[in-house]
Design a protein around this ligand. Sequence first.
Ligand code: SR1
Ligand code: MG
Length: 399
Amino acid sequence: MSQYRTFTAADAVDYARQYGGVANPTSLVDALEIGDGNLNLVFKIFDTEGVSRVIVKQALPYVRCVGESWPLTLDRARLEAETLIEHAKYCPQHTVRILHYDAALAVMVMEDLSDHEIWRRDLVKGLHYPGAAQQLGEYLAQTLFHTSDFVQHPHLKKAEVARFLNPELCEITEDLFFNDPYIVHERNAYPAALESDVAALRTDDELKFAVAGLKHRFFAHAEALLHGDIHSGSIFVKAGSLKAIDAEFGFYGPMGFDVGTALGNLLINYCGLPGLLAPREAAAAREQRLQDVRDVWVTFAERFLMLAAEKSTDTALAYPGYAAEFLKKVWADTVGYCGTELVRRTVGMSHVADMKDIGDEVMRTECIRHCISLGKTLILAAPNVADIDALIARIRQNG
Ligand code: SR1
Ligand code: MG
């Protein structure tokens, strides 16, 4: 990676001129670094009219939100670009378009989605995008089915597992999801008033046993090419459109991890809404969030079964009824991983606006307490939650 250098705004403009695919490249004149995520540099590239035209994204050789003390592989840029390119083969309508990438520079150029909004930013305002949940279910079904053993040739599948080995980014997930919240760790951060709730996670044998199973399946079950971090901050929306971005955690893993992460972020929002909005608006938005959870799962499951019936190429896996049986395992994983997302976003290091933006400290603490409690409930209940109705009933029971 000797060619690597960290881009300045001027470098980003030059790069976009070469690889942005704009008709008149010299019209690109300005760049603004807008990265607000945990890991990378992100430049918006503007033309002479001040219109943003493409995005240049570059991985830094360390975790941006922590600094150089936490080095991180530059190969994540290749993994991100190749995951998104792969997903776009099967679901172009819901995957950001990668125009160019360079593994040595750890850089990619992608379509500008300035006419969209980061979904989390609008979920925090209680806004609803009709159809977004179904579109997310469609993205999950298309990408996970088409990269699975149901349809990939066994030789290709094994080669793809190798191409998408992502040990360093997986290790972040392994630590942040499945270790840190259940031990004393310096990365953890939560309100002091919740010390006893968090301490209870550390001594709950049944819970730690269930988390061990989820971590083990994350290690071992190479079921499909996951996005790997499909939270509401990795999704752009506008009326009638949804696009997944930010797939640097992509690897072959258990399908329920992606579906559970997606549902988990809707439920984090559900838990935060009473602190974000006035009571009447919060109640309405929470009902919508439960409907979104239902719509994501139902769309995912129905489309997955339809694809399995129509397109499965593996002789044994195509046996009638097998896909439905497999989906039951994906469902149990989904509920479990969903629970771990709720716990790690509140107890661990990666906090989100759905909680951080709650102005009132007491209210924020209560919303976080609810999120931890719901997460724990879902992890424990995962093998016994019969279906989406039972999940929604459990969520309501939890408060
Ligand atoms: C150190 S990275 C922390 C988190 O940010 C990313 O978006 C992932 O969610 C990761 O877990
Ligand atoms: Mg990300």
